[in-house]
Structure formats: structure tokens, C-alpha cells
Design a binder for this molecule. Structure first.
Ligand SMILES: Cc1cc2nc3c(=O)[nH]c(=O)nc-3n(C[C@H](O)[C@H](O)[C@H](O)COP(=O)(O)OP(=O)(O)OC[C@H]3O[C@@H](n4cnc5c(N)ncnc54)[C@H](O)[C@@H]3O)c2cc1C
Length: 461
């Protein structure tokens, strides 16, 4: 693990930096700042790190309660894994997607172009039309990145308008809609095409990696190098001339105040304004209008493995009301189920998730079993269940609707890039662990430049 300062400590030596939030955005920022020689403390509201990148161990099964998929296109994440000494914890993982049509699963692996030639999922006419999406994605690929969505304004078109202009109804029903529902837990009617381009270029036709320890391997691995204060809720962050003041609760419920040279706020977008009263108005407008999806998912630990080889099955609205996502976790990544056993997770998109969210777990589980039964993919599943787990995710992932890229651009322009307060989160790009991580690293770099130019006087820290 290389966690040594990357340059002479000079003025930065032991300056204190606080990070609010121990999700992957905050942990990445904290790790990189600490590597640069700062004295970093992470304040985290909950009792564990990771936020939406977490794993629960239940009766021998490993349930990833938030993020689940790590495509090889997550280059920034691979680099951070290496720098944190965690390379030995990841292995190549399952990469076969299935799309359900008329009760049959059509499978695609890393060689999607070849699979498309032979698949019965799409008509020959749709396959030809799909070349247009491939060409558009290729053209925009270098500008729609995990770092920044704002450099391809022409991509900010509604999925419906794009389908009318370039695709057809079949591609909408069996590709665009299931991709939206499964990656963003939201219907394509609410999303900008930017999402689809990024999903197509970063998550389809690529390999995947994962850790047998579950998705929590990375937050846990980073946290081992950091000073994390749990059960600590930040109430406000205020910038003064030569320092920042952070007001927070402590684990006993008392209120405290600390000063630092700088602070990173790494909480979900809509929560930022509540912590940072002086957040510039255009960025505040973008974040307050930003909607996140909601996702409710139910995992079933089974005594035997079904023959299905996909790691994930997209269930379009045409096949099931509202659409669904089905993860075969034991095919997705090693270590999720004991040998010979299976772990299957059903994900509902936002509308269904909201309607079930506050019901007791047993009612939600009964509804999940009913939906699985209707699909008819796993016969006798109910008799094989030995573990059930319900996960509630609100917020889930940010939804870029047509027009929000322009709002993001205005918001970014309004931020003072010499401020001692900086933001990190998954709202800068395709809402994902890699976008959150990339923004955390970028924020660390930005603050390092600021603090080199404006070191905080010792008496303030
Ligand atoms: C169901 C689901 C499936 C997903 N699937 C994938 C996937 O397959 N692949 C992928 O790459 N991404 C996926 N994502 C998205 C990904 O998990 C998130 O985009 C990413 O983890 C966000 O990280 P973050 O650090 O920005 O936010 P978070 O993980 O939300 O972290 C924010 C942290 O801040 C803390 N906090 C909040 N307020 C305060 C406060 N006032 N004081 C102190 N601490 C505070 C929170 O407790 C939390 O720990 C999925 C998400 C969900 C929910």
C-alpha cells in the first residue's frame, strides 16, 4: 500500500482537513488528501463506512445492500484499489447479462457485437438501427466521462426524443427502457440520453471485477488507513478567511465545533445545502432540483443453484408491469453464497419501491415472491429459501433529466475554486461508485492546490 505523502510536506504539513461522509466519495477524497500529507478526519453519521457501497453478512450469504456491479471501465477505481494495497482482494467476476422476452432469457457476454448477430431478442431491422446507437455512443464516448457530463451538451436529449429520431419502438422496449430501469431504477421517460450513452459505453460489452468479500471491501480497505469518527452528524460547515468551522454532534448526542484548514462535503446532493448555508445559489439550485431514485430490493438465499448462467436479468415493462431487475448474485461475484447454494435479488424501480417502501419486511418479501413466481424463471424457489433480506435505498442514484446538464454546468461555474470548502459526490456524472470516487479524488487535488496557495495559520487549527 502506498499511502506516503506524494511531495514534500512544506506548507501543507499537518494542516487539518475534515471530510463529511464516509461513502466512497468521502473516503477517496480523504485517502488522497492523507497521501498528500494532510491530517485528515472523516465524520460519518452512521455506524459504518461505505454509505451506498456496503455488504451485510447474513447466515453465510453476502448481500450487497447498495452498489453491486463494477465494470472494468472503472479505471479510476482500479487505480485507487492498487494504491490502497487492495489489488489482492479483487478478481474477475460474472459478466453475462440476460434480457427477458416472451419468457425466454437472451444472454449477452463481453462479446456483445457477436452475440447481437445471433440473438432472437431483436428483429434484424432493430439490429441495424442499433448501429446508430453504437455510432452515437462512440462519437460521444470521450466527452461523457465519470469526471464530467457537461462537455457533451448535445447528448442531453430525452430518451423518448432520441428513440423517435434514431431508434424504434422495439429498441425502446427491449433495450432503452430496461437499461434505465435496471441501472437507474427510473423510467426512460424521466431520463436524459446521457445516461444511456454512459451505460452503453461503460457497462455493456465489458468485463467485470468484484471482491469475494463483498462490495464493502473497498470502503473497509480505505477506512483502515483513515481516522473515521462514527455516529457523528455534521450540522454545518462555514468558511472564514483562513479556516473552516465544522459544527457536529458527537456519539453521545452532544454538540461540538472544530476548525480545520479545509473541508470536503461528500453527502448526497440534496443534503448539501442543509450543511453548507453559503453554497453558491446556482449550485444550490442544481442540487435541490436533482432527484434521486428509490430502490427496494429483496435477496433470497437458496439451498440449491438454478441452472441459469446470467449474472443479471433485465425484465422489461413489456414482460412485467413496471419492469424489474433480477440479480443472480452467485453468478455475479464469488463469495455471495456458500458452495452449491444461490443468492437471488429482485430490484424494483422507483415507483414500485415507493409504493412498498414502508410496509413490513414480511409483506415486501411476499410481494417479491409473487413477482418472481409470475416470471416463471425459477420453479420451486419458495421451497428452497433459507435466508431473506430486504434492503431499502433512499436515496439510490441521481437522475439526470433533460436540462439538468445545463443546470450542472451553471452550478459548477458558480463554485469558487479557491474556496476551503469543496464538494464530492455521485451527482457530477453517471450516478455510480466510480463517479463518486472520481469526484472525491478530483476534489482532493483541487483542495491541495488551494491549501498550497492559502495555508491556514497554525493558531486556527
Ligand atoms: C440499490 C443501489 C444499487 C446501485 N448499483 C450500483 C452499481 O451496481 N454500480 C455502481 O457503481 N454504483 C451503483 N450504485 C450507486 C452507488 O452506490 C453510489 O452512487 C455511490 O456509492 C455514492 O457514494 P457517495 O459517497 O457519493 O454517497 P454515499 O454512499 O451516500 O455516502 C454518503 C455518506 O455520508 C453520510 N452522511 C450523510 N449526511 C451526513 C452528515 N450530515 N454528517 C455526517 N455524515 C453524513 C452518510 O451516512 C453516508 O455514509 C447503486 C446504488 C444503490 C442504492
Amino acid at each position: 500500500m502506498d499511502n506516503r505523502p506524494t511531495s514534500p510536506l512544506s506548507a501543507r504539513a499537518r494542516q487539518k482537513v475534515m471530510v463529511v461522509g464516509a461513502g466512497i466519495a468521502g473516503l477517496s477524497a480523504a485517502f488522497r488528501l492523507q497521501q498528500s500529507g494532510y491530517d485528515v478526519t472523516v465524520l460519518e453519521r452512521s455506524a459504518h463506512v461505505g454509505g451506498r457501497m456496503w455488504t451485510e453478512e447474513i447466515d453465510g450469504f453476502r448481500v450487497d445492500t447498495g452498489a453491486a456491479l463494477l465494470p472494468d471501465s472503472y479505471r479510476q477505481m482500479r487505480r485507487l484499489i492498487r494504491d490502497a494495497g487492495l489489488t489482492g482482494e479483487v478478481v474477475p467476476s460474472g459478466d453475462i447479462y440476460g434480457f427477458l422476452r416472451d419468457g425466454k432469457v437472451h444472454r449477452f457476454g463481453t462479446h456483445i457485437p457477436l452475440d447481437l448477430l445471433t440473438t432472437g431478442l431483436l428483429s434484424p431491422r432493430s439490429k441495424m438501427r442499433l448501429l446508430r446507437l453504437a455510432a452515437d455512443t462512440r462519437r460521444l464516448r470521450d466527452r461523457i466521462t465519470f469526471r464530467d457530463l457537461t462537455t457533451a451538451p448535445e447528448a442531453d436529449e430525452s430518451c423518448i426524443a432520441y428513440t423517435d429520431r434514431r431508434l424504434n419502438q422495439e429498441l425502446f422496449d427491449y433495450l432503452i427502457e430496461p437499461l434505465s430501469t435496471n441501472y437507474y431504477f427510473a423510467p426512460p421517460e424521466e431520463l436524459s440520453m446521457t445516461h444511456v450513452y454512459l451505460a452503453a459505453s461503460s457497462a455493456l460489452g465489458t468485463g467485470y471485477f468484484n471482491s469475494p468479500q463483498g462490495m464493502a471491501f473497498l470502503p473497509r480497505g480505505l477506512a483502515r488507513h483513515l481516522d473515521i469518527r462514527h455516529n457523528t452528524t455534521v450540522l454545518s460547515v462555514q468558511e472564514n478567511d483562513d479556516h473552516v468551522t465544522v459544527r457536529h454532534t458527537d456519539p453521545t448526542g452532544g454538540e461540538r465545533q472544530q476548525t480545520a484548514a479545509a473541508c470536503v462535503i461528500a453527502v448526497p446532493g440534496p443534503q448539501v445545502a442543509g450543511i453548507w448555508p453559503d453554497l453558491p445559489a446556482p449550485m444550490g439550485a442544481f442540487l435541490s432540483r436533482l432527484r434521486y431514485s428509490t430502490c427496494l430490493h429483496v435477496s433470497f438465499g437458496l439451498t440449491t443453484r438454478p441452472p441459469e448462467t446470467s449474472m443479471w436479468i433485465f425484465v422489461p415493462r413489456r414482460e412485467h408491469p413496471g419492469g424489474l431487475g433480477l440479480c443472480l448474485d452467485h453468478n455475479r461475484a464469488p463469495g455471495r453464497a456458500p458452495d452449491g447454494k444461490a443468492l437471488i435479488t429482485l430490484y424494483w424501480p422507483t415507483q414500485q419501491s415507493e409504493s412498498l417502501y414502508d410496509l413490513p419486511d414480511q409483506d415486501i418479501t411476499a410481494r417479491a415472491l409473487h413477482d418472481l413466481d409470475q416470471l416463471g424463471l425459477f420453479s420451486g424457489l419458495a421451497r428452497q429459501i433459507e435466508m431473506t433480506s430486504v434492503s431499502r435505498c433512499r436515496p439510490c442514484v441521481p437522475l439526470t433529466h433533460p436540462g439538468s446538464i445545463a443546470e450542472l454546468r451553471n452550478g459548477l461555474r458558480s463554485l469558487d475554486h479557491t474556496s476551503r470548502i469543496a464538494l464530492a459526490g455521485d451527482y457530477y456524472s453517471f450516478g455510480s461508485t466510480n463517479a463518486a470516487l472520481t469526484s472525491g479524488e478530483a476534489t482532493a487535488t483541487r483542495l491541495t492546490v488551494t491549501l498550497e496557495a492559502r495555508p491556514a495559520p497554525r493558531h486556527t487549527l
